[in-house]
Design a protein around this ligand. Structure first.
Ligand code: ZN
Length: 133
Protein backbone atom coordinates (compact mmCIF):
# COMPACT_ATOMS: atom_id res chain seq x y z
CA UNK A 1 0.00 0.00 0.00
CA UNK A 2 1.33 3.40 -0.93
CA UNK A 3 -0.06 6.49 0.78
CA UNK A 4 0.59 9.57 -1.36
CA UNK A 5 -0.66 12.47 0.77
CA UNK A 6 -3.47 13.81 2.91
CA UNK A 7 -6.15 14.09 0.27
CA UNK A 8 -8.59 16.08 2.35
CA UNK A 9 -9.99 16.71 5.80
CA UNK A 10 -13.74 16.28 6.12
CA UNK A 11 -15.60 18.83 8.21
CA UNK A 12 -19.21 18.23 9.19
CA UNK A 13 -21.44 21.31 9.10
CA UNK A 14 -25.16 21.84 9.57
CA UNK A 15 -25.11 24.23 6.64
CA UNK A 16 -22.36 24.86 4.07
CA UNK A 17 -23.90 28.26 3.40
CA UNK A 18 -23.62 29.19 7.06
CA UNK A 19 -19.98 28.16 7.50
CA UNK A 20 -18.65 29.15 4.06
CA UNK A 21 -18.05 32.85 4.94
CA UNK A 22 -15.46 31.90 7.57
CA UNK A 23 -13.45 29.71 5.20
CA UNK A 24 -13.82 31.87 2.10
CA UNK A 25 -14.32 35.50 3.16
CA UNK A 26 -12.21 35.45 6.31
CA UNK A 27 -9.49 32.90 5.48
CA UNK A 28 -9.54 33.67 1.77
CA UNK A 29 -9.86 30.08 0.57
CA UNK A 30 -11.81 29.37 -2.59
CA UNK A 31 -14.68 26.97 -2.90
CA UNK A 32 -13.81 25.24 -6.17
CA UNK A 33 -16.44 22.55 -6.24
CA UNK A 34 -19.78 21.68 -4.79
CA UNK A 35 -21.42 18.33 -5.29
CA UNK A 36 -24.22 16.23 -3.86
CA UNK A 37 -23.39 12.56 -3.53
CA UNK A 38 -26.75 10.87 -3.01
CA UNK A 39 -25.07 7.59 -2.08
CA UNK A 40 -23.56 9.36 0.94
CA UNK A 41 -26.60 11.55 1.62
CA UNK A 42 -24.34 14.59 1.67
CA UNK A 43 -23.50 17.74 -0.21
CA UNK A 44 -19.81 18.60 -0.24
CA UNK A 45 -17.88 21.79 -0.87
CA UNK A 46 -14.17 21.57 -1.65
CA UNK A 47 -11.61 24.20 -0.69
CA UNK A 48 -8.07 23.50 -1.89
CA UNK A 49 -5.26 24.23 0.57
CA UNK A 50 -1.89 23.58 -1.05
CA UNK A 51 -1.63 19.91 -1.94
CA UNK A 52 -4.72 19.00 0.05
CA UNK A 53 -8.28 20.15 0.44
CA UNK A 54 -10.87 20.84 3.06
CA UNK A 55 -14.16 19.10 2.41
CA UNK A 56 -17.15 20.68 4.10
CA UNK A 57 -20.01 18.22 4.35
CA UNK A 58 -23.69 18.95 4.84
CA UNK A 59 -26.23 16.19 5.21
CA UNK A 60 -29.09 15.94 2.73
CA UNK A 61 -31.10 13.73 5.08
CA UNK A 62 -31.50 13.24 8.84
CA UNK A 63 -30.56 9.60 8.19
CA UNK A 64 -27.19 10.51 6.67
CA UNK A 65 -23.87 9.78 8.36
CA UNK A 66 -23.09 13.51 8.63
CA UNK A 67 -26.41 14.31 10.33
CA UNK A 68 -25.86 11.44 12.77
CA UNK A 69 -22.31 12.57 13.45
CA UNK A 70 -23.44 16.13 14.25
CA UNK A 71 -26.24 14.79 16.43
CA UNK A 72 -23.84 12.82 18.61
CA UNK A 73 -20.58 14.81 18.44
CA UNK A 74 -21.49 18.25 17.13
CA UNK A 75 -20.07 20.06 14.12
CA UNK A 76 -16.36 19.82 13.34
CA UNK A 77 -13.72 17.50 11.89
CA UNK A 78 -15.42 14.26 10.88
CA UNK A 79 -12.78 12.36 8.93
CA UNK A 80 -9.30 12.44 7.43
CA UNK A 81 -8.76 11.13 3.92
CA UNK A 82 -5.49 9.67 2.69
CA UNK A 83 -4.84 9.35 -1.01
CA UNK A 84 -3.53 5.95 -2.04
CA UNK A 85 -2.21 4.83 -5.40
CA UNK A 86 -4.39 1.71 -5.54
CA UNK A 87 -7.42 1.51 -3.28
CA UNK A 88 -8.34 -2.13 -4.01
CA UNK A 89 -4.81 -3.21 -3.11
CA UNK A 90 -4.82 -1.06 0.04
CA UNK A 91 -8.14 -2.53 1.24
CA UNK A 92 -6.91 -6.06 0.61
CA UNK A 93 -3.74 -5.40 2.55
CA UNK A 94 -5.56 -3.81 5.49
CA UNK A 95 -8.03 -6.67 5.64
CA UNK A 96 -5.17 -9.17 5.71
CA UNK A 97 -3.66 -7.21 8.60
CA UNK A 98 -6.91 -7.56 10.54
CA UNK A 99 -8.03 -3.95 10.21
CA UNK A 100 -11.78 -3.44 10.52
CA UNK A 101 -13.20 -1.89 7.36
CA UNK A 102 -16.50 -0.07 6.91
CA UNK A 103 -16.25 -0.53 3.14
CA UNK A 104 -14.75 -3.78 1.91
CA UNK A 105 -15.07 -2.49 -1.63
CA UNK A 106 -14.55 1.07 -2.87
CA UNK A 107 -17.57 3.23 -3.56
CA UNK A 108 -17.99 6.48 -5.46
CA UNK A 109 -17.12 9.69 -3.65
CA UNK A 110 -17.23 13.34 -4.66
CA UNK A 111 -15.19 14.33 -7.69
CA UNK A 112 -15.39 10.82 -9.14
CA UNK A 113 -12.96 9.48 -6.56
CA UNK A 114 -12.99 5.87 -5.41
CA UNK A 115 -13.30 5.92 -1.63
CA UNK A 116 -13.57 3.52 1.30
CA UNK A 117 -13.79 4.08 5.04
CA UNK A 118 -11.82 2.31 7.76
CA UNK A 119 -13.60 1.71 11.05
CA UNK A 120 -12.62 4.06 13.92
CA UNK A 121 -12.37 1.00 16.18
CA UNK A 122 -9.16 0.13 14.31
CA UNK A 123 -7.70 3.65 14.27
CA UNK A 124 -7.93 5.01 17.81
CA UNK A 125 -11.16 6.80 17.05
CA UNK A 126 -10.17 8.45 13.76
CA UNK A 127 -12.59 7.92 10.91
CA UNK A 128 -10.14 7.32 8.11
CA UNK A 129 -11.05 7.46 4.45
CA UNK A 130 -8.92 6.08 1.65
CA UNK A 131 -9.25 7.87 -1.65
CA UNK A 132 -7.96 7.16 -5.13
CA UNK A 133 -8.38 9.57 -8.02
ZN1 ZN B 1 -14.06 12.67 2.49
Amino acid sequence: MKILKIDHIGIAAKSIKQVAPFWSAILGLQITGRETVEEQKATTAFLPVGESELEILESTSPEGAIAKFIESRGEGIQHIALRVDNIEEALKELKEKGVRLIDEKPRRGAGGAKIAFIHPKSTNGVLLELSER
